[in-house]
Design a protein around this ligand. Sequence first.
Ligand SMILES: [Zn+2]
Length: 303
Amino acid sequence: MLTTLLDGQKSDILFPMSRKLTARINIGILLLLGAWVAYTQNQKQPPQLTLNKVKDDLYEIEGDGGNVAVYITNEGVILIDDKFDQDHDAIMEKIKSVTNQPVKYVMSTHYHADHSGGNAKFLPTADIISTANARKNIVEHVQSNAPPGVMPARITFTTETSVFLGGKEVRARYMGRGHTNGDAIMYFPLLKVLHTGDMMAGTSPLIDYPGGGSLIEWTKTLDEAMKLDFDTVIPGHGAVTNKAGLMTYRNNVEKLQKRVSGLVKEGKKQDEIAKVMTDEYGWMPGSLQQQWSVPGFFTEFKK
Ligand SMILES: [Zn+2]
């Protein structure tokens, strides 16, 4: 920030002792200090989560990590995902504001800590279910780096499984690679609602190549999901949307595919592609997209 401030004031640098420049630097330092104080204060505050009603007995919890779905039945609650370890108490508080039923199942969309970080705290009292690959990714990649709370599910499936509770169903399906090699798309047949995990998240996809992700397969996987009968979509991150919203996202993934394919075939180097991604897609330097997605483009798109 300070460097940028100085870079932007090149004419002033000719007169390094000018009061104007000194004043600007002081303001820059104050802004930096202010940002740091705000940051550290933020860390001490409990996570701010919001609970929104989606349909009938289905709610979603947004904020700090992936969107959690809360499905209430008269035999217990089914959750989709459980955010970070630090969010557990705030999640339970939100659930208790709408039901006294205990959480019986956590159905996990994928292995990332912002979706599976609550696993350690739910495992003693709930069954956690994930794809076999999501479990494998936790065992192989995550546990060596140990983000707090990420624990593998005790129950896994490869293609499809369902939880039936209190006369209601949640169907988990692996439809192919995309964000990772183990993303489950969750379907609530009675409500015609989809929880996509990070197969739809924010505005631009994160392809986790180290976790088996694929930009080429991503659109095919979403095409499978589009075949289901639904009208409402809870994305992995961002606001609840509808089928058209998911279609728009799918088409944007296809545009990204074509852009990346073109750049790799033109022989562009990694730093050049990284810059295009920052300029056109807002993938900031140091972001997970730059770390996980850009290097993998060369393997996936090289022909
Ligand atoms: Zn993710």
